[in-house]
Design a protein around this ligand. Sequence first.
Ligand SMILES: NC(=O)c1ccc[n+]([C@@H]2O[C@H](COP(=O)([O-])OP(=O)(O)OC[C@H]3O[C@@H](n4cnc5c(N)ncnc54)[C@H](O)[C@@H]3O)[C@@H](O)[C@H]2O)c1
Ligand SMILES: [Fe+2]
Length: 387
Amino acid sequence: MTYDGTYSLLNVGKIFAGPNSIEKIADIVKECNVQKVLLITAKGVWDAGLVARPVALLESAGIQVDVINHTPPEPEIGHVNEIFNLAKEKNSQMVIGIGGGSAMDVAKIVALMFTNQVPLKDMLGIEKVKNPGLPTLLIPTTAGTGAEVTPNAIVLVPEEELKVGIVSSKMMANYVILDPLLTLGLPQAITAFTGVDALAHAIECYISKKGNPFSDMYALQAVRLISRSLRKAYRDGQDVEARHDMILGSMYGGICIATSSTTAVHALSYPLGGKYRIPHGLSNAILLPSVMEYNLDACEHKFRDIAEAMGLDIAGLSTRQAAEKMIENLYSLLADINIECTLRDKGIREEDLDGLVEAASKVTRLLDNNPKAMTRQDMRAIYQKLL
Ligand SMILES: NC(=O)c1ccc[n+]([C@@H]2O[C@H](COP(=O)([O-])OP(=O)(O)OC[C@H]3O[C@@H](n4cnc5c(N)ncnc54)[C@H](O)[C@@H]3O)[C@@H](O)[C@H]2O)c1
Ligand SMILES: [Fe+2]
């Protein structure tokens, strides 16, 4: 395929990866010539004991660490403001985010709030941020959002019942540590939800209208890694090789977002998170196969490529058959990792569908990239099918 137009790839500064790469944390901070850091994490991550070692490493290198350890999952805009109010007293020189997408997104936003004296709501949207933030180091403990390498941070805006993004090249991290050992204790359900989120990033960015040679390469490799290891990581959380594949696959999915874009799965997912508080990974998982069925006519060749990357046996199949097999595999993956839930299970009723469509249709930032145009009726039909 030839690509017309220019495409670009935003990159983070430096990535350390592999088992025990967390041991690099103090060297990284020293490289930044910083004496005082703010470490932002979530309660689940703190309770899992994942923060003690990084703090000990920093402190023994003479670095002062202030910890905020109560970032809520899927934070609201008000939560982020509260956390910044605590943080701003601390004269921090650098922000470290350790956790899933929720904690890393808060760390990314707080780093910007230190240097941009504007209310957070004024930074929502695309490239609204004026000044670069404090230096950041992001350390994922889910695999996942890929938020460690994206220019995005997502907050829930309760009055709009929607999740909204800050998208800014100024939010790219200076450093990332990808240590699969930090994900060994990730609970089974979170392993499942977050793993499908990563797969959705790869598939959506591959079929997106913004897809390009960079996203193609990272997307197909993410699909390979996640397809061979998500079931394994779900069955045995202590499988280091599977966890390693997953954290790399998740990061590659994030790189795809940084050069391409997600599409209708994420657009239709935002109101499920915003109004019904369904976790991000789960809402994407519920939608992924159905949205791909909708897209089938527009994406047969690309779905065939994805089927191949998934390791499916497509020898002798027509392009259409291989594409259909890719979608069947999405359903069987969800069944294998016990994601079999309907919107009704989550309290959504027929009379709620118009509101969902109304909210989803505002997410034009992503809908515009879907390979097949989606009308309100199309969106309604997808939600209806998932009831
Ligand atoms: N910035 C981006 O590019 C981007 C992309 C996709 C999603 N997101 C956002 O990220 C958020 C979701 O992030 P997530 O799916 O990673 O989940 P999360 O960060 O909300 O974490 C889910 C739960 O798992 C716990 N947890 C995390 N790591 C753990 C570990 N190793 N052991 C035990 N418990 C652990 C957390 O404390 C939390 O309770 C949403 O707000 C979503 O909108 C951001
Ligand atoms: Fe996502």
